[in-house]
Design a protein around this ligand. Structure first.
Ligand SMILES: [Zn+2]
Length: 256
């Protein structure tokens, strides 16, 4: 049984009916997923999807949308955060690769998400792009929440050690399966088995052998198989470990 720890069903549903997508995921053995909003409206939609389809949601304003962060946005996110299908705050963080949103706005939004994660006791889902050191510095100075994950990991070994020291889970996305991604597969080998997560980030980053197409939660099996290959273990072992880890991260007791 597999757990897709990070996807965006509110974007996927623009291309395909969610019932089909979730049916294919179940048929592939994916028994749980967390769908994340990227602004206030899509966070509300993520919560509705969670109720409609028996999945879980994360709510927040993505760093690439941080120019929409405001007091009203904070109130909007806090309101949906209380829902019992919501298990995470995010995704949030800093994106210094796509820098259309001024970094001070991204920092303000990230800081507010860290605070909400702590106050509500819900996992923090972190996005970094060319920014893992800046994010680590902010978490160190503000205090990391008890439960957090770096989604779509892309840092080097020193950054990985720092993230693990903060108590973070480390999640690998479809790019871990790309032929050129030897460094990511090496990183997966350095993550303690009880901190390892996998995700699709659907509809983005489809793994091999579906690279270039629209991604969907069923493909987390390919992500997990790529990680299993890199570690020289059975895919079932990665499925079980990552599902149990996701359940602990998101506070879903009795799962995995
Ligand atoms: Zn994402």
């Amino acid at each position: 049984m597999w757990f897709d720890s990070h996807c965006h069903l509110h974007i996927c549903e623009q291309e395909a009916p969610l019932a089909d997508l979730i049916g294919r995921a179940e048929a592939a053995g994916v028994h749980a997923l967390v769908t994340l909003g990227t602004d206030v409206a899509s966070s509300r939609r993520a919560v509705a999807i969670a109720h409609e389809h028996g999945v879980h949601a994360g709510v927040g304003v993505h760093p690439n949308d941080a120019d929409t962060w405001s007091e009203d946005a904070a109130v909007g996110i806090e309101a949906v955060l209380r829902d019992d299908r919501v298990v995470a705050v995010g995704e949030t963080g800093l994106d210094l690769y796509r820098d259309e949103v001024p970094v001070d706005l991204q920092r303000t939004a990230f800081s507010a998400h860290v605070d909400m994660s702590k106050r509500h006791g819900k996992a923090l889902v972190i996005h970094t792009r060319n920014s893992v050191l800046e994010v680590l510095d902010m978490l160190l100075s503000e205090g990391a929440p008890e439960r957090l994950v770096f989604h779509c990991w892309s840092g080097d070994e020193a950054a990985l050690r720092r993230a693990l020291t903060l108590g973070a889970y480390i999640s690998f996305a479809g790019n871990v399966s790309f032929r050129s991604a030897g460094d990511l597969r090496a990183a997966a080998g350095l993550v303690p088995r009880d901190r390892l997560l996998i995700e699709t980030d659907s509809p983005y980053l489809a793994p091999e052998p579906r690279r270039g197409r629209s991604n969907e939660p069923a493909n987390v099996v390919h992500v997990g198989s790529a990680v299993a290959d890199a570690l020289g273990v059975d895919p079932e072992e990665i499925a079980a470990a990552t599902a149990a880890n996701a359940a602990s991260l998101f506070g879903l007791l009795g799962m995995g």
